[in-house]
Unconditional design. Structure first.
Length: 232
């Protein structure tokens, strides 16, 4: 829905899909796309190849890191929700703005630095969302000339949103409108960096690690050790 509305507002949009089958679906549903790049984020080698393909397309104004898994094995959560976004952030030529989707469930997470450094995979969904939010704030600090922000879309009625029950209480429109608002940056409040937003409002209920420079640096170090790639 983020892609659809960006297209409707006249932007040039590239989508990502896991493999050729969903790529065909998104091309059918959004015929105005520039292209669809593929790569299964469960496989870190595919993520590296995806990064190279994105770079071949040229410079981007905005990249939205929206992919996520829930209710699957810990290793898959780690690769899709945490390690792949780090690799893409590190290997893709920096866009003017990066947006990361996280969750209020990050409040129950742990950075799991020992797991990352030691090659383990005991990383829950909550842990991964704390990692990605902390990563976003670390990159915002390290790349002051660019915009890096995070968004909690809420518990909205998507396939993943229904995983824990028969209903999802949050507004689906509000879930994607914040990404549009930040991507376009037409209002002063949407043109900053290092922000964490819920329905276009700053989110103040944040885990202590998120704004801790030492925790941010420790996470970047753990990612670099785990992947062999250092953030540029």
């Amino acid at each position: 829905m983020t892609a659809a509305h960006l297209l409707a507002r006249g932007h040039r949009v590239v989508a990502h899909a896991r493999n050729d089958r969903p790529a065909a679906d998104v091309r059918r549903d959004l015929p105005g796309l520039e292209t669809v790049v593929t790569g299964d984020l469960k496989n870190l080698e595919e993520t590296r190849r995806l990064a190279a393909r994105i770079n071949e397309l040229g410079a981007f104004d905005v990249i939205v890191h929206n992919a996520g898994e829930y209710g699957v094995a810990d290793e898959e959560i780690l690769n899709v929700n945490s390690l792949s976004p780090y690799l893409l952030m590190s290997l893709v030529d920096p866009p003017r703005q990066s947006l990361y989707l996280t969750s209020d469930l990050h409040l129950g997470g742990d950075l799991k630095l020992g797991e990352l450094r030691g090659g383990g995979s005991d990383v829950t969904y909550d842990d991964s969302k704390l990692q990605i939010l902390t990563l976003a704030m670390a990159v915002a600090r390290q790349r002051p000339g660019l915009r890096v922000n995070a968004v909690a879309p809420g518990w909205v009625p998507t396939m993943m949103g229904f995983a824990n029950g028969p209903y999802a209480p949050d507004d689906l429109r509000a879930g994607y409108r914040t990404q549009l608002w930040l991507a376009e940056g037409t209002e002063r409040a949407s043109r900053g960096t290092g922000g964490f937003f819920f329905h276009r409002e700053p989110e103040n209920d944040v885990h202590a690690s998120v704004g801790d420079n030492r925790a941010q640096d420790a996470l970047l170090d753990a990612y670099a050790r785990r992947t062999g790639v250092t953030l540029r």
